[in-house]
Ligand binder design. Structure first.
Ligand code: CTP
Length: 404
C-alpha cells in the first residue's frame, strides 16, 4: 500500500513517543521508507538507537550539527519526503508550528517543508481541550495540516478523556488514505464544497435533548469522496461517532441553528450537499437549569420549527452554491414525495432514500437511492454508503465539467 512512499516522521516529546517505534515498523512493513527527526523531548522517551534500528536510517536530532548539515541539510530533509508526519504531536509542537517558531530541527523542517503535513496529537485531556490548543489546531487545519485522532480513554497521566494518541493502525490507515486520495484524478480541484452530516441535538435543558438515530455515515462518506476528487471540503457535522474524514475541514456543532450558521460562515461554495438529519423541531425554550420533577405532572414540551438549512442555502440570494443537493428520507411514495420536496426546497438534486422500518438505512451501512433532478429520475442499485458517496461525487464532477 505504501510502496516507495517516503515519510519524514517527527517524534516529539510525549509519553506516547514509544508508540512511534511500532508506527515505524508498521509503515515500513507496507513498503514506506521512514526517516526520523527526534526532538530533544522525544529523546527523553525513546532512544535514538531504537529509532535508528527500526527505521534503518540515520536519526536526525540537532539543527546545528555539522555532520547532519553536511550529510543532509535541514531543507533537503524537509523536502525529501512525500509526507511529514508528526507523531506524537504534543501541545507544544503544535503551538510552535502554529506560531511559525523554528528553534530546533523539527520545527525548522516543519516550517521549511513544501510537503503535506499530518499531525497525530497526544496530550493530557485538559491540554487538548484548552482554548489555546484548539485555536492552534484550527490555525493548522486552516493551513491544510491533516490530523488523525486523538482518541479518548485512559491517559498516561491517570486522567480519562480525549488526548490519547490515535491507535497506531489508525495512523497507518490515515497515511494510506492520504496517499490513496492524492493518487487519483482530481476533477473537483479548485471547487469548494459544504456537506452537512449526522443528527442534530436540540436542548430541552442543560442535560436533555431531542435527537434522532442518524449515524452520519452517509454525509461523512460524501465529504471524503468530494475531497478525494479534489474539492476543498468543509463538513458541518452534528454529534456522530464517525471519525473526521481525512483531508476535510470538520466543524462540529450540536443544534440545527448552529449547523445553519456554520454553513453560512463557510460560504462561498460551489457545491452544497445536505445529508444531515436535521431535527425538524426544537423545544420552544430550552430551560436554563435542569428541569426537576417536583412531584408535579410532567410539563408539556412546546416545540418550534428549526430553520431549513437545505432550503435556505438553495434560496440564498447572491451566495447560492451553484449545485445544491439534498436528501429525502421517505417511508412511502418515495419518488413522488422527493420530487415535491425538490421543488419546494429549491435545490437542484435530491437523493431520495427509503427509510421505512426494515430497510436498515438509518444507521445502517447501505442505501438505495433514486437521484432526482429537474428532468430525470435515476434508480441506483442498493450499495454501500461509501459507494453512494463515490457515485454522487463523480456525478457532481461530471456536472461541473473541467476543474476550476
Ligand atoms: N434539511 C435541512 N434542514 C432542516 C430539515 C431538513 O437542511 N431543518 C435537509 C436534510 O438535510 C435533507 C433534506 O432537507 O437534505 C430533506 O430532509 P427530510 O427529513 O427528508 O425532509 P423534511 O424537510 O424534514 O420534510 P418532511 O419531514 O416533511 O419529509
Amino acid at each position: 500500500m505504501l510502496e516507495g512512499k517516503r515519510i519524514l516522521l517527527v517524534i516529539a516529546g510525549g509519553i506516547a513517543a514509544y508508540k512511534s517505534l511500532d508506527l515505524i515498523r508498521r509503515l515500513r512493513e507496507r513498503g514506506a521508507s521512514v526517516r526520523c527527526i527526534l526532538t530533544k523531548g522525544g529523546a527523553e522517551f525513546v532512544t535514538p538507537l531504537a529509532v535508528a534500528a527500526l527505521s534503518e536510517e540515520k536519526v536526525y536530532q540537532h539543527l546545528f550539527s555539522l555532520t547532519d548539515e553536511n550529510e543532509m541539510g535541514h531543507i533537503r530533509l524537509s523536502r525529501e519526503a512525500d509526507l511529514v508526519l508528526v507523531a506524537p504531536a504534543t501541545a507544544d509542537i503544535m503551538a510552535r508550528m502554529a506560531a511559525g517558531i523554528c528553534d530546533d530541527l523539527a520545527t525548522t523542517a516543519l516550517l521549511a517543508t513544501d510537503k503535506p503535513v499530518m499531525v497525530a496529537p497526544s496530550m493530557n485531556v485538559m491540554m487538548w481541550g484548552h482554548l489555546a490548543t484548539q485555536a492552534n489546531l484550527a490555525t493548522l487545519e486552516k493551513r491544510g495540516v491533516l490530523r488523525v485522532g486523538p482518541g479518548s480513554g485512559d491517559l498516561a497521566c491517570g486522567e480519562v478523556g480525549s488526548g490519547r494518541l490515535a491507535e497506531v493502525m489508525d495512523i497507518v490507515r490515515a497515511v494510506e488514505s492520504f496517499f490513496d486520495a492524492s493518487a487519483g484524478p482530481r476533477p473537483l480541484s479548485g471547487r469548494r464544497a459544504i456537506v452537512t452530516s449526522g443528527p442534530t441535538w436540540e436542548a430541552i435543558d442543560p442535560v436533555r435533548y431531542i435527537a434522532n438515530r442518524s449515524s452520519g455515515k452517509q454525509g461523512h462518506a460524501i465529504a471524503a469522496a468530494l475531497a478525494k476528487l479534489g474539492a476543498e471540503t468543509v463538513l458541518v457535522s452534528g454529534p456522530s461517532r464517525e471519525p473526521d474524514p481525512q483531508g476535510v475541514r470538520v466543524i462540529h456543532i450540536e443544534s440545527a441553528r448552529e449547523m445553519r450558521d456554520a454553513c453560512f460562515t463557510a460560504l462561498p461554495a460551489d457545491i452544497a450537499v445536505c445529508a444531515a438529519a436535521v431535527a425538524d423541531w426544537r423545544p420552544a425554550e430550552a430551560a436554563g437549569q435542569k428541569m426537576k420533577k417536583n412531584g408535579d405532572a410532567p410539563a408539556p414540551l412546546a416545540l418550534t420549527e428549526n430553520p431549513d438549512i437545505l432550503a435556505s442555502l438553495s434560496q440564498a440570494e447572491n451566495r447560492r452554491p451553484r449545485l445544491v443537493v439534498g436528501f429525502a428520507a421517505e417511508t412511502e411514495n418515495v419518488v413522488a414525495y422527493a420530487q415535491a420536496k425538490r421543488a419546494r426546497k429549491g435545490c437542484d438534486w435530491i437523493l431520495a432514500n427509503d427509510v421505512a422500518p426494515g430497510t436498515g438505512t438509518f444507521g445502517g451501512a447501505s442505501n438505495t437511492i433514486h437521484l432526482i433532478t429537474a428532468e430525470t429520475v435515476e434508480d441506483w442499485p442498493t450499495m454501500s454508503k461509501e459507494a453512494v458517496a463515490g457515485r454522487l461525487a463523480e456525478r457532481i464532477a461530471a456536472a461541473f465539467g473541467r476543474p476550476a
